[in-house]
Design a protein around this ligand. Structure first.
Ligand code: ADP
Ligand code: MG
Length: 94
């Protein structure tokens, strides 16, 4: 007869987390090395300081994709805030 205890549940969860982390992430191939570093740094805050048109918004929106794709966050756990309606529309469409 099979039994079930908390350690089985823990191992199951960690297996699911590992499976999520191993999902393909083709969107990373579209990034330059600095963007990729920012996108893959999921443990804590990241400050991106760069000039206009250098790819900050691309990195930011891809980081959100990466959080979701790796299972690190659910959509309802993400708050994405920006300063202007134009920027908000751009973030939403991307
Ligand atoms: N690594 C990249 N390779 C090709 N195009 C990119 C890359 N990063 C950004 N872009 C493109 O460059 C333009 C500016 O990027 P964007 O993220 O809006 O810059 P920023 O937010 O810094 O002003 C956009 O058209 C974007 O799609
Ligand atoms: Mg921008």
């Amino acid at each position: 007869m099979s039994s079930f205890d908390e350690s089985d549940a823990f191992e199951g969860a960690s297996l699911a987390a590992r499976a999520m982390a191993a999902r393909p992430a083709p969107y990373l191939d579209d990034l330059n090395p600095a963007q990729r570093e920012a996108v893959e740094a999921l443990d804590g805050p990241v400050l991106m300081l760069a000039g206009a048109g250098t790819g900050k918004t691309k990195a930011l929106t891809t980081r959100l994709v990466h959080l979701l794709n790796t299972g690190r966050a659910r959509p309802n756990e993400i708050l994405s805030v920006t300063f202007t309606n134009k920027a908000a529309r751009e973030m939403k469409s991307r």
